[in-house]
Design a protein around this ligand. Structure first.
Ligand SMILES: C[S@@+](CC[C@H](N)C(=O)[O-])C[C@H]1O[C@@H](n2cnc3c(N)ncnc32)[C@H](O)[C@@H]1O
Length: 291
């Protein structure tokens, strides 16, 4: 089956060292339970939240023997309601490991990649899919979505091509979208890219479908009352725009004297970890403490 290797595992554990054993930590991005398992093994209790039903089912199976684990299908910005439902007032720690999991990316049925039907929903009970964005948004909306979510150079051309190509029929698959993106951006640009030239387009659509940035903003509006004094918040980001949002919101909390930043700069993975898990290369870990 699809595996996910947790990033920065030792660092995450170390930053929770000040908490008492037996305290509750919310893992707001349960994924395959990699971080949760490490925390459970250290004697913490964990409330694992994920909006992806597949993640919930998989962890219910793989960590079924763990007494200290409660699993909830929800969005991490609903942390207050989740805790209320479990009759928990405040917790000692919160961890968010943002972005997609390897199983989501690698399972073609989920439609996150360049292959298969365009879907990209983390929560498959929601209506909006990548196929709807590509086929139903206006050219202006498409350009705005691509640009704001990171495809800064080619947003206009790609949006125009999508609208032209869909006049001949619905764009249904990742393969078809890849072809359109390829035709809309110059060969020299494609060749000059370090990463795949279509990644910014696909990632921008994923962010739109899942409202990733809005979720982080809403989380910051709502989590403060859920963390006890001295409680630790850790957030792992994977690309520059989400990192900017987290950095800005943490600085605001610091200025308002609500939180103390434990690290001035985010923690990054060691070369040793990157050699074992290339995904760790882009990871930035922010740590803050409740005052
Ligand atoms: C990078 S993976 C987490 C991997 C996990 N830390 C592990 O070690 O297995 C991110 C997970 O967060 C989930 N996710 C992303 N945004 C979410 C949100 N707003 N609310 C709840 N879960 C979310 C995704 O469905 C995915 O399973």
């Amino acid at each position: 089956m699809f595996k996910h290797i947790p990033v920065l595992p030792e660092e995450v554990l170390k930053n929770f060292e000040s908490l008492d054993k037996g305290e509750i930590i919310v893992d707001g991005t349960l994924g395959r339970g990699g971080h949760s398992k490490i925390l459970l093994d250290k004697g913490f209790k964990v409330i694992g939240i994920d909006r992806d039903e597949d993640a919930i089912v998989e962890v219910e199976r793989s960590l079924s023997g763990e007494n200290g684990l409660k699993i909830v299908h929800s969005n991490f910005f609903c942390i207050k309601e989740v805790l209320f439902g479990l009759k928990v007032e405040k917790v000692g720690g919160i961890l968010l490991d943002l972005g997609v999991s390897t199983p989501q990316l690698e399972n073609d049925e989920r439609g996150f990649g360049f292959v298969g039907e365009l879907d990209m929903r983390m929560d498959r009970s929601q209506e909006l899919t990548a196929k709807m964005v590509v086929n139903e948004y206006s050219e202006e909306e498409l350009e705005r979505v691509l640009y704001k979510n990171g495809e800064r150079v080619n947003a206009k051309n790609i949006a125009r091509s999508i609208v032209e190509f869909r006049a001949d029929g619905e764009i249904e698959s990742g393969e078809r979208l890849l072809e359109i993106v390829e035709k809309s951006i110059g060969e020299s640009y494609r060749k000059s890219r370090r990463h795949h030239w279509a990644t910014p387009t696909f990632r921008a659509l994923r962010i739109e479908v899942n409202k990733d940035y809005e979720n982080i903003e809403k989380f910051f509006d709502l989590f403060v009352n859920c963390l006890r004094k001295g409680g630790i918040l850790q957030i792992i980001t994977f690309h520059s725009i989400e990192d900017k949002i987290v950095r800005k919101r943490l600085r605001e909390l610091k200025q308002k004297k609500i939180m103390k930043l434990i690290t001035k700069k985010p923690i990054e993975a060691t070369l040793k970890e990157i050699m074992k898990n290339s995904k760790a290369k882009r990871a930035k870990l922010w740590v803050a403490e409740m005052r």
